[in-house]
Design a binder for this molecule. Structure first.
Ligand SMILES: [Zn+2]
Length: 93
C-alpha cells in the first residue's frame, strides 16, 4: 500500500511529533542543521593544513605550531586531530 507524497510526509511528521513532542521538533531540526554545518566545516578543516599546536592527546608533549607530527610519540597531525575530536565528542556525549 502506498500513500501520495504529501500524506506520507504528514504521517512522518506526525510520528516524529509523537516521538519527540511538538515542542521539540524545531529544536531537533535546529540541532540537525547545526550538526550538518559542523560536519561540513569539519570536512573543510580536514583538507586544510592543520595546526596541531598544543598538548598531544597521546603523550601530552607540547607540539609546536609548525610541527605536522608529535615530537614525543611521532603520531601524525591526522591522528592527533581525530583523537582530539573524539575527546571532544566524549565530553559532549
Ligand atoms: Zn605525542
Amino acid at each position: 500500500m502506498s500513500f501520495p507524497g504529501g500524506t506520507e510526509m504528514l504521517l512522518v511528521l506526525a510520528v516524529v511529533m509523537l516521538l519527540f513532542g511538538a515542542k521539540k521538533v524545531p529544536e531537533l531540526a535546529r540541532s540537525m542543521g547545526r550538526a550538518g554545518k559542523e560536519f561540513k566545516s569539519g570536512l573543510k578543516e580536514d583538507t586544510a593544513v592543520e595546526s596541531v599546536e598544543g598538548p598531544c592527546p597521546f603523550c601530552n608533549t607540547e607540539i609546536p605550531a609548525s610541527a605536522q607530527f608529535c615530537p614525543g610519540c611521532a603520531k601524525d597531525a591526522k591522528e592527533i586531530v581525530s583523537a582530539r575530536a573524539a575527546a571532544v565528542l566524549e565530553k559532549t556525549a
